[in-house]
Design a protein around this ligand. Structure first.
Ligand code: PRX
Length: 684
């Protein structure tokens, strides 16, 4: 748990009242209304969630029961017996509600002149064509389709086409490399993969299709690959009978070819999305059609106070949960206008976001602390030259936001007035769980404020006691089910149960502290995950890649605080006998991680060590390695469990040498190892 965050919590005293202007027409227009909703939602959850589901979603058939709970097995099924279709809710119903010609999706390509706008009618046409196309590839309800795609409109079209058919999509972030892509396709047993010739990033091309080809040799489930021509690369190898261009595939279907929506059970899986768990294997989180969609629409409406004429921009890559919920399903279910940006905030210049806000008169901007910190470092002059007056609400997600970045965002982008909704949530939760309501909640910089109505969040001590006993900080848990909650973990019931095993209710894996006003301060992960620039990575996955290198005997990966990325990766490596420590080896190890998982997982520092600090039973004591990496080794805690205390001293000296640039100089690449990762869209 981050000491720095706890110190922040103790020293941060500022607070900001919600704006008066706009309050009267807000969805939640004050503290009293929020309090009343919280009471109502916790007193009678079925009534509360049933009412929200009726207001927000079109159901082909109404539910028999709002919640069917099997407390023993921690199975929660929402809206049982109900039928709906997510694609219908995100498109079709808006065609007859006066939004037919409203912009549903505005896409800004990396090249500023490259803009596409889809009205709801146009989106309908494209989604129907793609649904026909997938159907012609024998994709049916329940089949899996993997989407390894850059931030282009075809990604949204593919998601909604899958939902229309009842196929389950699994998006794979285009920044992932071989191992990350392979494990996700393998796990989902996708029958079709949709990709692009290349992703365009900061003026460079990343050849997605060429990356995919060797991976597919080991993925026998994949019968077809659909390729969007995005970059116009020459020499894209297309395997006959397997690979087909997107434009050729849809060409067979006319523009007015309606594709009827498959009526789905509320608890049919809408999509699968992998997240990094505490083991090396990515965890396939399954989300339901009815509960997830209700929760996506519900939280989009309340957290962002979404209005019908808003232009709403969630900057997250659609390959992450934030992109799913707040780039696609939430805003489109509400009939809103959602922005999609292919590029990166700093290319060609660090004014990209502000140009987009001005050009499209964006009203709601939802981004990640990493982006804010990197733009802050480059100075406010980049924002000052743009007219940002269209903005009404700012959002933050993916990692704890430090008060300094919060204040910069508030002052320079929000003119010192706009509310910032710092939303805490996870892939597993489907949508925001703890967040201010923009016109109701007093803001404290760095705190995600309070749980949403109906969300029973609490902080527990390690023994399952109330957090108070541990000085107020402890494990963040959710005690009651909510509709956005994951359906399960794909093919891994044991993993699903592990979320409930310690406290008997949902354990988030985050540490948090609640202050005297009931405000939650998220302290970061307390399991074996690392949050690099809002990308959640598993230490075990990175360790496994390092340990598979022939030179490596043992590897341990821990987080270290990082000025821009929030956390960075620090790897301790014991080499095998006779293998000398060298810069070449360090580079090789970094390249291996980069190639296998992706640039974002590349270690900031690699420290070679003689041995790991271990208990007498041979377990690595990671707590100590974390402290050393974080430069807080004055207080290493109880060292009596160490089999060989001498090991620690040597590691500390090695660490100091790395920092001082003596024997173990961090290479230039070491100082900026994840340059590609930094440019990557935030994970959030
Ligand atoms: O540690 C928390 C952090 O991101 C984790 C979830 O990562 P992921 O499943 O990839 O979903 C990211 C987008 C929701 C959490 O366990 N996190 C997310 N939002 C916040 C946050 N930490 C602090 N403050 C937040 N607002």
């Amino acid at each position: 748990m981050s000491q720095e965050r706890i110190t922040t919590l103790l020293t941060e005293k500022r607070s900001y009242l919600p704006p008066e202007h706009g309050k009267s027409s807000a969805w939640i227009c004050g503290q009293e209304e929020y309090d009343a909703l919280c009471r109502r939602a916790l007193d009678d959850p079925s009534d509360f969630w049933g009412a929200r589901a009726s207001q927000l979603i079109h159901w082909f058939k109404r539910w028999d029961k709002v919640l069917d709970a099997d407390e023993q097995r921690h199975k929660y099924r929402w809206f049982t017996g109900a039928k709906l279709n997510a694609s219908f809710n995100c498109i079709d119903r808006h065609l007859i509600s006066g939004r037919r010609n409203k912009a549903a999706l505005i896409w800004q390509g990396e090249d500023e002149m490259d803009v596409r706008c889809y009205t709801y009618q146009m989106l309908y046409t494209e989604v129907c064509r793609m649904a026909h196309a997938l159907s012609s590839l024998h994709i049916r309800k329940g089949d899996h389709v993997a989407l390894y795609m850059p931030m282009i409109p075809e990604l949204v079209i593919a998601m909604l086409a899958c939902a229309r058919i009842g196929a389950i999509h699994t998006a794979i972030f285009s920044g992932y490399a071989e191992g990350g892509v392979r494990s996700r396709i393998h796990d989902s047993k996708a029958r079709v993969v949709i990709t692009a010739d290349a992703a365009v990033r900061a003026g460079k091309f990343k050849p997605l299709k060429a990356n995919l080809d060797p991976i597919l040799e080991k993925c026998p489930s994949v019968a077809h690959v659909v390729v969007v021509r995005r970059a116009g690369l020459d020499n894209v190898t297309m395997q006959p009978n397997r690979d087909i261009w997107w434009h050729d595939l849809i060409d067979d279907f006319t523009l007015n070819a309606d594709f009827p929506c498959e009526p789905m059970d509320a608890n049919d899986t809408l999509f699968l999305l992998h997240t990094s768990g505490s083991t090396g294997k990515p965890t396939g989180i399954m989300h339901s059609t009815g509960g997830y969609l209700t929760y996506a629409a519900h939280t989009t409406q309340w957290c962002f106070d979404m209005r019908d004429d808003d232009v709403y921009w969630c900057t997250a890559d659609m390959g992450w949960i934030t992109g799913h919920t707040y780039g696609v399903y939430g805003p489109l279910a509400l009939g809103a206008t959602t922005m999609m940006f292919e590029g990166v905030p700093t290319w060609p210049k660090p004014d990209r976001y502000w140009r987009i806000v001005e050009n499209f008169r964006v009203n709601i901007l939802y981004t990640a602390p990493t982006v804010i910190r990197s733009l802050m470092r480059l100075g406010e002059a980049w924002a000052e030259r743009y007219d940002l007056r269209s903005l009404r609400i700012l959002g933050s997600v993916g990692e704890p936001i430090n008060p300094e970045a919060w204040s910069w965002y508030h002052k320079n982008i929000g003119g010192g007035e706009l509310p910032i909704v710092d939303t805490w949530w996870q892939t597993e939760t489907g949508g925001a769980m703890i967040s201010p309501m923009p016109y109701a909640t007093k803001l404290k910089p760095g705190s995600a404020a309070k749980p949403l109505p109906g969300i029973d969040a609490a902080v527990m001590g390690s023994g399952g006691r109330d957090g108070e006993e541990d000085g107020g900080s402890g494990h963040l848990v959710i005690r009651k089910p909510w509709p956005g909650m994951m359906l399960g973990v794909f093919n891994d019931e044991e993993k699903y149960q592990s979320y409930f095993s310690r406290f008997g209710c949902y354990e988030s894996g985050d540490g948090a502290q609640v202050d005297a006003d009931g405000y939650f301060w998220i302290l970061g992960r307390i399991d074996d995950s690392i949050n690099v620039s809002g990308h959640r990575l598993s230490t075990a996955e990175i360790e496994a890649v390092l340990a598979a290198c022939p030179e490596v005997g043992e590897a341990a990966v821990v987080p270290m605080p990082h000025r821009l990325k929030g956390e960075a990766i620090y790897a301790y490596v014991v080499t095998r006998d006779e293998v000398p420590w060298s810069e070449d080896l360090r580079k090789k190890l970094r390249d291996t991680v980069r190639r296998d998982i992706g640039a974002l997982a590349s270690p900031e520092y690699i420290q070679f060590v003689e041995a790991m600090p271990k208990t007498t039973s041979g377990k690595i004591i990671r707590r100590m390695l974390r402290k050393i990496a974080g430069d807080t080794y004055e207080d290493l805690g109880d060292t009596t469990a160490l089999a060989d205390p001498q090991v620690l001293e040597t590691i500390i000296i090695g660490h100091q040498n790395i920092l001082q640039g003596q024997h173990e100089t961090a290479t230039a690449a070491g100082d900026e190892p994840a340059s590609e990762g930094k440019e990557a869209a935030p994970g959030a």
